[in-house]
Write a protein that binds this ligand. Sequence first.
Ligand code: GLU
Length: 472
Amino acid sequence: MSNQPYSFFHSVEKSFDKAAQFTHWEKGLLEQIKACNSIYSMRFPVRMDDGRIEVIEAYRVQHSQHKMPCKGGIRFSHKVDQDEVMALASLMTYKCAIVNVPFGGAKGGIKISPRKHSAYELEKITRRYTSELVKKNFIGPGIDVPAPDYGTGEREMAWIVDTYQSLKPGEIDAAGCVTGKPISLGGVRGRKEATGLGVFYGIREVCNMPDVMEKLGLSTGIEGKRVVIQGLGNVGYHCAKFFREHGALVVCIAEQEGAIFKADGINEELLFQQRKSTGTIIGYPGSIALAKNTDALELECDILIPAALENVIDAQNAPNVKAKIIGEAANGPLTPEADDILIARNILVVPDMYLNAGGVTVSYFEWLKNLSHVRYGRMEKRFNENMNHHMLSQMEKLTGKSVLPEERRLIEHGADEVDLVYSGLEETMINATREIMDVWQANPAIPDMRTAAYVCAINKVGTSYAEMGIFP
Ligand code: GLU
């Protein structure tokens, strides 16, 4: 079924089973949690620009409806198949549970290479896919809410919401049928960078844990850490940006065409602009090109961030990884065999299903914004600014001293939408990191952080089922 040497869904099941033994749930309930509840596999024709009809293969999988709506991105890739979409939908359930986002997991996929299609063809494919979802009741603000994923972004989400709204006239909450939309169509500020920022918050929290860092032989904190990033897409780009802005050195970035190394750090924005104009990351001023792009994964560094696709670290290259921490920004970048090798080598793997949960967390904020029909901060911003101004003036009057102008600006500032989104995301990632670490510390038999994360997720989903009374 899969294009890959083995099934991605099977590897998710394997990780699940490994963790399930550390929980107390009965077998049947564990099987229910693990299973994909609804699988919609579709084929539809689209006439291409050259007049040909192409039959498009596409999927939407709803892994769990223990909380509604279901939630998860839609990817456009020639590698899409049912097995992959099932695996990714499962990861969404566990991801949402860990970060306390009240959704079931889902995922969609269209088997196309977006670069090989014109914008007009992509629009036709996306709109037709959306109407297929509407036809089968697989989309809606209370049913299933797609979002961007590999190969999709704001543009595709705009087509989806527009198609949905035209098929459901008058539905007051229609904007909540998809997240990751442009701001003008009901998107939320901060959604674009959310996954990368969440990865940064998660890794920063891990790096602030003295006992964890001591075991890895690293100093605490982000500053000065050498970071390697695979992928300069939306997630990789924003990871690089936030690590650099907080004092880490992004020493290597890899893309399809190759990998570059620069010991004193790469500026992702300059690199991005260069790639846009020349089509390649190679030739970045002051950098050295590595022989193969996969060499980046084996480079000497403190933190390795695979931010592209699944299964990039396997039994072959895992023994050569030199990073102390691997932050899984992509979904499923390690095979289970690689996981075992890395555990034995005392390399800390910070797992995907919680580390890259920033995207869905901010999607949750966007969905709430759509349901409440009001921008975050609209009601309280001015009130808070007036109050802060008043307090500061009183303090200055009472002390006879005045605050510096830049301090005044900082203190008086009332929260904008983006401030609230960042704050909500930071809080979410810090809490999730601590929850997982607590579970791990409470049971020393748990071998790794991924298993600890799965234990958290299984317990939360299990509790929902149990409290529904299905499994008394
Ligand atoms: N595609 C992202 C993920 O894999 C975001 C999903 C969402 O926002 O619903 O987590």
